[in-house]
Design a protein. Structure first.
Length: 307
């Protein structure tokens, strides 16, 4: 099986944009050219790589595997491009907005390394809620924003005109319960837990999970309290006040005394992505560099989490 590596980048564009038309716009080629490249790639692979759905194009398991190869090629090209341009040329300030768990776990620990690689590149971090970050982003006070969404939520955060989005990481949601309160995960009925659910601030992706569970289980999932920081959620759960849904990243480096962390079927995953304004309108080497660093750091965390 021999595949033209150039076609892998076409598949990668379809995966990131969710459709042939959007991928064509991203690649600056015609939709028919995208379809032709996909058809040839599927012929080379010997199996279907893309499924067309009413909501757009979705990659098959084989397509996901091939897209990962495309990401490796893209990453190698980015490294080569950076070397040709010279690291000393990457200079300027990039302002990145994001939420606590991603910034604390994926971004901040890498800042010293990045500072060593690009001494003239200044990365400024702004941590806030989704509405506040998007307001700053629209006002161009931020160059890019890392967002979170429940992958299966009925209502997603739409892209405004002129914005583009690229995926960074998908990670499972976890159920946090008081220690010893639930002994098995394969028989847990999320609609019949004997403890209440803890409420989370409405703009958080965790809140969308609760809304989804209300819809899918038909249960009256009522919440008590309302937290914003995962440490507060852990303290409330440890005190027996309720159960909470948290993402995997939020568990890193957090003391988990008197609570159990459970993998429960049906909780789904959290999707993390980077939003920026369309880079075709104004090329920014500093922002392109930071976007690449974020992708690589997220990929490294995903690899560690899966090992």
């Amino acid at each position: 099986m021999e595949m033209d590596p150039r076609r892998l980048l076409v598949l990668l564009a379809v995966a990131r944009t969710g459709g042939v038309l959007a991928a064509a716009d991203e690649l600056r080629i015609t939709p028919s050219a995208v379809s032709q490249q996909l058809s040839k790639l599927e012929s080379e692979a010997g199996q279907a790589l893309v499924m067309r759905t009413p909501k757009g194009s979705v990659l098959t398991p084989a397509g996901l595997a091939v897209a990962e190869a495309g990401e490796e090629i893209e990453r190698a090209l980015n490294v080569a491009r950076a070397r040709m341009q010279g690291e000393a040329q990457v200079a300027g300030m990039v302002r990145i907005g994001g939420f606590t768990s991603f910034m604390r776990t994926v971004v901040i620990p890498r800042l010293p390394e990045w500072r060593g690689l690009y001494p003239e590149l200044q990365i400024r971090i702004v941590e806030d809620s989704f509405p506040a970050l998007m307001r700053l982003f629209r006002q161009r006070q931020l160059d890019a924003v890392v967002i979170e969404q429940d992958s299966a939520a009925a209502v997603q955060h739409p892209l405004a005109a002129g914005m583009v989005e690229e995926p960074l990481l998908d990670e499972p949601w976890k159920l946090v319960v008081p220690a010893g309160s639930l002994l098995a995960t394969d028989s847990i009925d999320l609609s019949r837990l004997h403890l209440p659910w803890l409420g989370v601030e409405p703009s958080a992706a965790n809140d969308a999970v609760l809304g989804r569970l209300r819809h899918t289980t038909g249960a009256r999932i009522e919440t008590v309290h309302q937290y914003q920081d995962t440490l507060t959620a852990f303290a409330l759960v440890a005190a027996g006040e309720g159960v909470a849904i948290v993402p995997t990243l939020a568990l890193t480096g957090v003391v988990q005394d008197n609570v159990d962390i459970l993998d429960v079927p049906g909780l789904g995953t959290r999707h993390i992505a980077l939003r920026r304004f369309d880079r075709r309108r104004a090329t920014s080497l500093p922002l392109d560099t930071v976007a690449r660093l974020l992708r690589e750091s997220a990929a490294a965390f995903d690899t560690r989490a899966g090992s």
